[in-house]
Design a protein around this ligand. Sequence first.
Ligand code: BTN
Length: 344
Amino acid sequence: MGESPTQSGNRVQPTDIRLGRIVRLLMENATVVVSGTKIAQDISSNRSEVWRLVQQLRGLGVDVAGHPATGYRLKSVPDLLLPEILGPLLRGTIFNLQLHHFYKIGSTNTAAMAAAADGAPQGSVFLAEEQTAGRGRGAHSWHSARSTGIYCSVVLRPSLPPSDVLVLSLAAGLAVCAAIEQIDARVKLDLKWPNDVLIAGKKVCGILAEMNAEVTRVRYVVVGIGMNVNQPNFPKELDASATSLCLATGNEWSRVELTAALLKSLDREYRLLTEPKIGQKDARRSILQRFTEQSSWVRGKAVRIEDNGSRVEGTTEGLDDRGFLQVRTAQGLQTILSGTVRER
Ligand code: BTN
């Protein structure tokens, strides 16, 4: 308790849970003024500490009216990914028990990998308002401006061989598309192998799946999802390649609603793959088929793939059974294991 919201020494601290409690209390009493004394009782603290915490909330963009003498009132529902706000929307999924929120962190994937190594249970979610060292695939960085995007990493412990983890990461791309389409069916999404989500050729979401495995058994997988949601613009170097949902649709999106839709749809895909019931035996085939249908890149696209100095050029010819991209080159059919795919 009483931690700084960001750093304490070298350790990044999760968000003070009292902030979430204050927001919940104010949300439950949305139309009335709640006295500082009542809030202080609720969080087992005193009125001056309540004032300090309210100031912190304001710093995060939460619109709270009032002061210690009059009490406090929420002027609008905050779009913060706090466990108290998100948790109730995730009932029935594997993601509603261990929600960790950070105002500022290096990388949610790094935090989730470290927590998983320390035994964090399946379904643990790491969310940040801002990342200072957001990581992308192939040692790229991920632009993670404050409270405009969704920076989310989940810990999974699937009973799958390591060779099936690519299919799981393809399924994460499908889950992202389903979540966006559920909120606005007019958005036209494309999937670029292995799991970039594009709107009109520009990237709106990237996925970084990392794992720790034995040769035949996965210990844990961290699926990190970065979604560009309400960014009004991007740094110059990203301007030509990145877009946000807000830029694409012309309206602001609720990050809370979208994160909840995303985690619910990821939960569905994950269960389909790891708990196959009768009749759903071919979950993996279904994922490969749906990915192929949703993507303009998997078949018939003239591409160039660069990976660690090597270069392959050809035309895409579908996915193989494990989810790798097949490319017809001048030398014959080649299976692409990794790399960045670009249109020629
Ligand atoms: C890519 O397209 O290169 C993958 C980008 C993945 C970014 C997300 S943001 C949340 C999580 N934490 C990270 O450091 N990276 C992933």
